[in-house]
Design a protein around this ligand. Structure first.
Ligand SMILES: NC(=O)c1ccc[n+]([C@@H]2O[C@H](COP(=O)([O-])OP(=O)(O)OC[C@H]3O[C@@H](n4cnc5c(N)ncnc54)[C@H](OP(=O)(O)O)[C@@H]3O)[C@@H](O)[C@H]2O)c1
Length: 367
């Protein structure tokens, strides 16, 4: 049954910490995978899950950095993974599958935000490719090793308010905007959870997406000082706005999504502040203090979720649920970036439609 996109009154909130949501939960014997589990929210998540008894696998783009960050934490193993490189994703998944183990929890926390225009792999826009396509390929490759009853947690953002999927131009061939690109990627993270939940429900595999809150981490590495000031994230002295959550509170919603019995039998919904989020008020979610709250309708639309799944399978060449695997689309392939309805099954000869107009109004709070 579809889970309603409405609060359940979890009793937790914006300041709850990962340790608090795990109180009384024993994860002994559970195996978790946390992408980005060596920085920011992912690192806090790794700490919290291991303290509750789980064994955590942290696949890292920078192995030495991960080893330093995770030094001293018991029950962690580090492997290598670059989400922007499908070969690396495949190789990591193959290594894991060869161990014969089953995953009880998958948390896709790795991500980049508002990066300068970058192309990876097959000429894809890097935020869409890293934040969404890499995780899509990873979960699909790992699908046979995801245990019945497991949870998959897709870390999205309130940044999803910035943009729906740009069906006519997902790779920004008609002009790049770093915030629209982040917004599209974070919308993709929500739609991924919506469709994955639909596909996994019969096996008890449930998927959730979430906004963790705003937390100052390395995620902001691409945001210049002047822009942080202009957005009100910091003052002239560099002091962060009181608006930010601590990393311990920032990790709480994804840990709650992965473990809470309060969510048993539910899935396919977007969470914030350790509860199911409400739909964005008046359809756009901007409050009178300029914050964006709730989830936009385009991010939880089942038809767009299915369409994105088809596009992602076509682009990455992997779709565990169809039991077919194709080579990923190459840059010269006529429909590798266009997304007319025909693209999923046949070479696309249609001209690219114009991109939707850029949105300019954004929250003054960090996404
Ligand atoms: N912090 C916030 O305020 C906030 C708000 C909303 C949503 N989020 C979401 O929360 C998630 C975690 O963010 P964070 O704040 O924890 O950021 P972070 O501290 O920068 O951590 C991101 C992690 O992702 C990894 N990563 C980046 N590109 C990768 C790639 N190509 N392959 C493998 N790993 C890669 C990074 O590895 P390297 O260090 O090696 O690059 C790092 O470990 C992101 O998905 C973000 O969109 C955060």
């Amino acid at each position: 049954m579809t889970t309603p996109q409405h609060k359940i009154g979890s009793g937790f909130g914006a300041t709850s910490t990962a340790a608090e949501v795990l109180h009384g939960i024993d994860l002994t014997g559970k195996l978790a995978l946390v992408t980005g589990g060596y920085s920011g929210l992912g690192l806090e998540t790794t700490h919290a899950l291991t303290r509750a008894g789980a064994h955590v696998i942290v696949p890292a783009r920078r192995r030495a950095t991960a080893e330093a960050a995770l030094d001293g934490i018991a029950d962690v193993e580090i492997d290598e993974l670059d989400l922007g490189d499908l070969g690396s994703v495949r190789a990591f998944a193959d290594r894991f599958l060869a161990t014969g183990r089953r995953l009880d929890i998958v948390i896709t926390s790795a991500g980049i935000m508002a990066a300068p225009e970058t192309r990876v792999g097959h000429g894809w826009e890097a935020q869409f490719a890293t934040n969404h396509l890499g995780h899509f390929a990873l979960v699909n490759h790992l699908w046979p090793a995801i245990a019945d009853g497991a949870r998959v947690v897709s870390v999205s953002s309130r940044g999803h308010h910035f943009s729906p999927i740009r069906w006519a131009d997902p790779h920004f061939e008609t002009g790049y905007d770093k915030w629209l690109a982040y917004g599209q990627a974070k919308t993709a993270n929500v739609l991924f959870a919506v469709h994955l939940d639909r596909l996994g429900r019969d096996r008890g595999v449930r998927a959730f997406a979430l906004h963790p809150g705003s937390i100052l981490t390395n995620l902001a590495r691409h945001i210049p000082h002047e822009e942080r000031l202009a957005q009100g994230w910091i003052d002239e002295n560099g002091t962060p706005s009181g608006y930010f959550k601590t990393p311990e509170a920032g990790a709480a919603t994804q840990v709650w999504a992965a473990t809470s019995p309060q969510l048993d039998g539910m899935g396919g919904v977007y969470l914030e502040d350790c509860d199911i989020a409400e739909p964005a008020p008046d359809g756009d979610g901007v409050t009178d203090v300029g914050l964006r709250v709730g989830v936009r309708d385009y991010a939880i639309d089942p038809e767009q979720a299915a369409r994105l799944w088809t596009l992602s399978a076509e682009l990455t060449g992997v779709d565990a649920t169809s039991r077919r695997s194709r080579p990923p689309r190459s840059p010269g392939s006529p429909c590798c970036r266009r997304t007319t309805p025909r693209c999923a099954s046949a070479p696309c000869t249609a001209p690219a439609a114009p991109a939707p107009p850029h949105r300019t109004s954004r929250t003054t709070s960090p996404p």
